[in-house]
Design a protein around this ligand. Structure first.
Ligand code: AMP
Length: 194
């Protein structure tokens, strides 16, 4: 069955110190799966990445994993995925993930998550795509980053319009709904039925 929407989730390959992060990763996967959606992610079983994927599948959603061959063992490639793409390079991974998604959401994570989030944000600013990009600032995890980003506007290196290209929220389900709607998919009434 064709998924109703497809969300690319970037998140930690570790679970993080706050147990709420795992709880929310599970809720994100459940939200996507229960609405007949598709998760696109890095294809591993580690950390928050593995949790989002398992929850999406458990709730009946599709999961597309994309992993470079060099990371198949390190990140425990997830054979439970509905589609698992093993690609040659990290660049290919990111291109394929972006192509398969209607919207992007970054949850708490580390350097890989930051890199992926910043890349789709810059691609949006360059007009390479026009898909919504969200940052989940759960429990203030990204407070310092958001403050820093706002300071770059004051410092004259970024414009308000660039900040306006990302949606920042602290409630996962609200942010997911906003992103899917901004992508022009699944009207509110449908999303709220579940
Ligand atoms: P992390 O947030 O560091 O736990 O990484 C989350 C995911 O981002 C992992 O699947 C990494 O392989 C991936 N990732 C993507 N781009 C990079 C990069 N340039 N450096 C490190 N990890 C990356």
């Amino acid at each position: 069955m064709t998924p109703t929407f497809s969300v690319c989730v970037y998140c930690g390959s570790k679970p993080g110190a706050d147990p709420d992060f795992a709880t929310t990763a599970r809720a994100v996967g459940h939200w996507i799966g229960a609405r007949g959606g598709q998760l696109v992610y890095g294809g591993g079983k580690n950390g928050l990445m593995g949790i989002v994927a398992a929850a999406t599948l458990e709730a009946g959603g599709r999961v597309v994993g994309v992993i470079p061959k060099a990371l198949v063992e390190k990140e425990w490639a997830n054979n439970d995925c509905s589609e698992l793409h093993i690609v040659d390079t990290m660049h290919e991974r990111k291109r394929l993930m972006a192509e398969h998604a209607d919207a992007f959401l970054a949850l708490p994570g580390g350097i890989g998550t930051f890199e992926e989030f910043f890349e789709v944000w810059t691609w949006r600013q360059l007009g390479y795509h026009d898909k919504p990009v969200g940052l989940l600032n759960q429990n203030g995890y990204y407070d310092l980053l958001v403050t820093f980003l706002q300071s770059t506007v004051t410092q004259g290196f970024m414009g308000d319009w660039q900040m306006g290209l990302i949606r920042i929220g602290d409630q996962a389900e609200d942010l997911l709904r906003e992103l899917v709607q901004a992508a022009g998919l699944a009207p509110e009434s449908h999303l709220d039925q579940i």
